[in-house]
Design a protein around this ligand. Structure first.
Ligand code: TRP
Length: 331
């Protein structure tokens, strides 16, 4: 029996950080053991906010390089750029004709924007383009086109996957045929607990991130900025109350965790030592991927080739499926 399908959408905005890695990228890559995986770059979704040609291109290359460098194998499953599959866009319109407008009014990105405008006393739809408003319709097409069984997402995206499920159900009922698979959102709980430099959740909006592929020098400087308390070198320290240790734990194995834990509690270890242990561990984990990442970005034609190959494989699925859907609706 073939494996169930897991689909992951990656919006090419900004440079990915350790929070993205631990909370989204690593768990998504681990799914390969149990699922047939679909990973794609949601560049049409990014277009709702990214209107600079350079930024769009460089973000797309960076995010593709990140996933490839961290172990995504383009031969396994699918890896493509959303905008390379015109059938997705076609399906998006078609599904929008089965999507209640009320869903879009309730979609969280749109609602947040309206709430902000209202708080600022401006027009509620200020800065809202139709792409942002219809964002979930395009997600419906992303998800339903490839018959996804599960969609691993952050909490904020759960609602969108539920919309897809509902729309798929309406469509299937209308035509009396199980055309679409009903997708299940799988929530990545871990995302909430990855601490940034200041101990709050690692997030671009808090400006407390550690990017995945910093140079050794930049990494050392960033780790140096992790906030610690003012305990002196000789004092025993509580590892459970330390941001450095919290990050260390997310990368280390059991023995490494136990060893550093003991050093904290014994006293005689300063914050500089703890940070050095973390820095070394991060280097060990990321140095090889960083080299791959830099090599991919040094010649982006290789990334373009991989994406073109992925698009071909994805279209071989999307084209006939779209034809089946057209037949079903009588167009
Ligand atoms: N909206 C998602 C995000 O902001 C990205 C995305 C686009 C996506 N299409 C998707 C995620 C389909 C899961 C399934 O991260």
């Amino acid at each position: 029996m073939s494996k169930p399908i897991s689909l992951t959408g990656i919006k090419p905005t900004g440079t990915p950080h350790l929070g993205n890695y631990l909370g989204a990228i690593r768990p998504a890559l681990e799914l390969r053991q149990k699922y047939s995986t679909v990973y794609f770059i949601a560049d049409y979704h990014a277009l709702t906010t990214v209107h600079s040609r350079e930024e769009m291109q460089s973000n797309t290359h960076k995010v593709a390089a990140t996933w490839l460098a961290l172990g995504l194998n383009p031969e396994e499953g699918l890896f493509y750029k959303q905008s390379d599959i015109p059938e997705i866009f076609e399906l998006s319109w078609l599904l929008s004709c089965f999507t209640p407008k009320g869903f879009m009014n309730r979609a969280h990105a749109y609602k947040d924007k309206v709430a902000k405008n209202q708080a600022a006393g401006t027009d509620p739809d200020d800065g809202v383009n139709m792409g942002l408003y219809c964002y979930p319709c395009l997600m419906n097409a992303d998800i339903l086109m490839f018959k996804s069984d599960i969609v691993p997402v952050g909490k904020d995206q759960k609602q969108h996957v539920e919309f897809s499920r509902d729309v798929a159900e309406r469509f299937n009922k209308q035509y009396g045929k199980d055309i679409f698979v009903l997708p299940e959102p799988v929530i990545q709980a871990e995302t909430d607990i990855i601490p940034g430099l200041d101990g709050r959740k690692m997030s671009k909006s808090y400006d407390n991130t550690i990017e995945i592929f910093l140079s050794s020098k930049e990494l050392k400087a960033k780790v140096g900025k992790i906030v610690t308390n003012s305990q002196g070198m000789e004092e025993p320290k509580d590892p459970e109350k330390c941001n450095v240790f919290a990050l260390y734990k997310l990368f280390a194995n059991k023995e490494q965790i136990a060893a550093l834990d003991a050093r904290y509690r014994a006293g005689g270890m300063g914050w500089g030592h703890a940070k050095e242990a973390l820095r070394e561990l991060l280097e060990e984990h990321l140095a090889e991927s960083r080299e791959k990442y830099n090599a991919l970005l040094a010649d982006t034609s290789q990334i373009d080739k991989i994406l073109a190959y992925g698009a071909e494989k994805a279209r071989a699925i999307a084209k006939p499926f779209m034809q089946e859907i057209r037949d079903t609706i009588g167009i």
